[in-house]
Structures are given as structure tokens and as C-alpha cells.
Design a protein around this ligand. Structure first.
Ligand SMILES: [Zn+2]
Length: 371
């Protein structure tokens, strides 16, 4: 594990200036308090990032993406068992339940396999599924009323109904990687120093069906949406492209020390600055902004759960490794996961969350969506 290089002040200013999107000096005067807040955080290693290891991530993923989970369709027994696994771990580590009625589950009613309309009283063809929600209270009497949100989706696309060979869509990368990454981020905060703001973790169901779980959460938030200062979303961070890989299906897959960072440049200059400064002073991953290009034809910004938070005015950062040869195929297995990469990205998201949760001022949304 490379030693973190601590940037001294002049060097930090150089780094900082590279990422100032609106140069006027006033910006600097507003940035300085932010700058000083982050410098101390940057000066010292993050409190507990080292608790996040490839082995721990691997251990959880062996369960979450196992054949027994049957591809975690929404709704399904596999998804229920995965949700139970998450709640059991969180309870063990002392997280506060953030779901319905003091539980870790936010129940969602489905009628004929579609989310029921608010107030729907149907009893026929009703099934239930759930988001998993956990809270870690902050330490500052004032700032603890605000939240940094972490998100992933615990569901995937289930099992192929017919055909020979492997029919289970294990979803190890999509989104088993994000599911266990934010679990380990919660563990790192629960077993280490707590930040000033509170933290909320949401494992969304029904993402593959159309962002159902995140839509339900932002329409029925268990904490006031206005108090969520940013949302950090992870969906697929476990695969990496090898240098000799010529498979066209892996054309846009990121390398072992690279990750797509989506949405951080879209809504909040403050958030983008924090994201860049943390990375530059920590693991120095190659942040690829390809999908923040307004001309992006893949519409990646709209295709995972962070979008429902962004649509409510919450600034987001989405971490994504790129589609690959096993995307939505039975071959998306644990055996193909690059756990070293996954741990680096997870630690970077932890460090970014820690820094946002300790800012004096919440990131300003100076570029609201659609404006
Ligand atoms: Zn996904």
C-alpha cells in the first residue's frame, strides 16, 4: 500500500487552481475557509480508510453475488436474503436503522410486479420488496442535522428462464461491487472516527427495473431531503481492463487505476473541488470525465440511482468502471473482480464522504440541473 504523499501548501494551491471552474477572486475568498477545512483533513491520513481492504470486500461479495442469491431480481428471495445480510452486518456494527418503524428496511409495495401508486389499497397480486437504509449520526451538534448520502443498488436481473449452461446473472460487478463497497464504508465509519455531519446509506432495490428503489426513497425520504448535502453513488467499480485486452466489448472499460466520475462537474463547483482535491492528495486515481460530456450519447448520468437524487436538487458524484464483456451476462462473476481496484475506489469514496461531512459549509448547488 503506497504511502499517502501529503501535499504542502504552495503545491496544494497549484493543484487547487487547476480545478477552479469560476476563477474570480471572490471565489477564492469563499474557497479559502473550504480550503483550510480540507487542508487539515488532507494533512492527516483519513481516519480509517485502511479498514477497507480487498479481502473484506471479497468476503462480502462471495455471499451477495453467490449462485444461491439467484441474481437478486426485484422482487425475489435472493434480494430479500441479501437485504437481510446487509441489515445483520449493520446491526452488528452498531449502525442506526434508517428504514420504516425503527428497522433497516424501507418496504415497497408492488402490485403485479410494479411499484404501487401512493395510497394504493390493492390486495390482489401484491408482493413486497425493500430498500435497506442505515444512519451513522454525526458528532457536531449543528452539522449532525445534515447528511452525506452513500448509495448503491442491491438488486440485479435474476436468472435466465431457459437455455443451456449458466443461467444465473450473479451481478458481481453490477452492482454487487457497489453494494459491498458502501457496506465497508459504513464499517470504516462505525469502527473509526465519526465526522461532523451524519451519514445515510441506502441500498436501493429495483434499479434494474427502472430506478424503482431510489425513486421511492426520494419520494418517501426517511430523513428530510433538504438536509442531504450530497449523494455519492457507486454502481460497478469491480472490473478493470488489462493492457493487452483487445476485446471490443471492453473498449470503454476503465483500467486498474482509473474510474469514471460522473456528475461531479454538473451541479456544484464546491463538490467538484472537494472530489478532485481529495483524490489528488490521496490515491491519485485517474478520474475519467468522459460521461460528463453533454454530448454523451450513452446517457450514463441518467442511468443509475444518483439521478433521482440529482433530480431533487441534491449534488451527486457517481463512480462507474464502464460496461464490459460480462455486462448483464451470467459471466459477471466474483472470479473476474479486481479487488485491488475496488478497494482503491471504495477508499476514495470514503475519503470524499469524510471530507464533505466535515466541511464548514455544505457544497453550494451553483449549477442547478436543467439551467
Ligand atoms: Zn447497475
Amino acid at each position: 500500500m503506497a504511502q499517502v504523499q501529503v501535499l504542502d501548501f504552495p503545491e496544494l494551491i497549484t493543484v487547487w487552481k487547476q480545478y477552479t471552474f469560476e476563477p474570480p477572486m471572490i471565489c477564492l475568498s469563499r474557497t479559502l475557509p473550504l480550503l483550510f477545512l480540507t487542508v487539515p483533513a488532507l494533512g492527516q491520513k483519513y481516519p480509517n480508510d485502511q479498514a477497507i481492504t480487498p479481502d473484506r470486500l471479497h468476503a462480502h461479495l462471495e455471499y451477495v453475488a453467490s449462485d444461491e442469491m439467484g441474481g437478486r431480481d426485484t422482487p425475489s428471495l435472493g434480494l430479500d436474503l441479501t437485504s437481510k445480510y446487509l441489515a445483520t452486518q449493520l446491526n452488528l456494527w452498531g449502525a442506526k436503522p434508517g428504514g420504516d418503524g425503527g428497522s433497516f428496511f424501507q418496504k415497497i409495495k408492488l402490485v403485479k410486479n410494479r411499484p404501487a401508486a401512493p395510497g394504493d389499497t390493492t390486495t390482489e397480486g401484491v408482493t413486497w420488496t425493500q430498500n435497506v437504509v442505515a444512519i451513522i449520526p454525526g458528532t457536531d451538534p449543528k452539522l449532525a442535522k445534515e447528511y452525506v448520502a452513500f448509495g448503491a443498488h442491491s438488486d440485479h436481473i435474476g436468472t435466465r428462464k431457459s437455455g443451456d449452461g449458466d443461467r444465473i446473472y450473479n451481478g458481481a460487478d453490477d452492482d454487487g461491487s457497489g453494494t459491498v463497497a458502501i457496506l465497508e464504508i459504513a464499517h470504516a465509519f462505525l469502527t473509526g472516527k465519526r465526522p461532523k455531519r451524519s451519514l445515510i446509506f441506502v441500498w436501493h432495490c429495483g434499479e434494474e427495473k427502472g430506478l424503482w428503489g431510489s425513486k421511492h426513497f426520494v419520494d418517501n425520504p426517511t430523513v428530510p431531503l433538504k438536509d442531504i448535502v450530497a449523494q455519492l453513488n457507486i454502481d460497478m467499480i469491480g472490473r478493470s481492463k488489462k493492457s493487452d485486452d483487445t476485446n471490443p466489448a471492453n473498449k470503454v472499460l476503465t483500467g486498474p487505476h482509473e474510474i469514471y466520475v460522473v456528475g461531479s462537474t454538473k451541479m456544484s463547483t464546491d463538490l467538484q473541488r472537494v472530489s478532485e482535491a481529495v483524490n489528488k492528495s490521496f490515491l491519485k486515481l485517474a478520474f475519467n470525465y468522459k460521461y460528463d460530456d453533454p454530448k454523451d450519447t450513452e446517457n450514463i448520468f441518467y442511468r443509475s440511482d444518483h439521478y433521482n437524487y440529482a433530480a431533487k436538487g441534491i449534488p451527486i458524484i457517481f463512480y462507474f468502471d464502464g460496461v464490459h464483456e460480462d455486462y448483464h451476462r451470467p459471466g459477471d462473476e466474483v472470479s473476474k473482480i479486481d479487488f485491488e481496484k475496488m478497494a482503491k475506489v471504495t477508499r476514495t469514496v470514503y475519503a470524499t464522504g469524510w471530507t464533505i461531512a466535515n466541511l464548514d459549509k455544505r457544497p453550494v448547488v451553483d449549477k442547478p440541473l436543467g439551467q
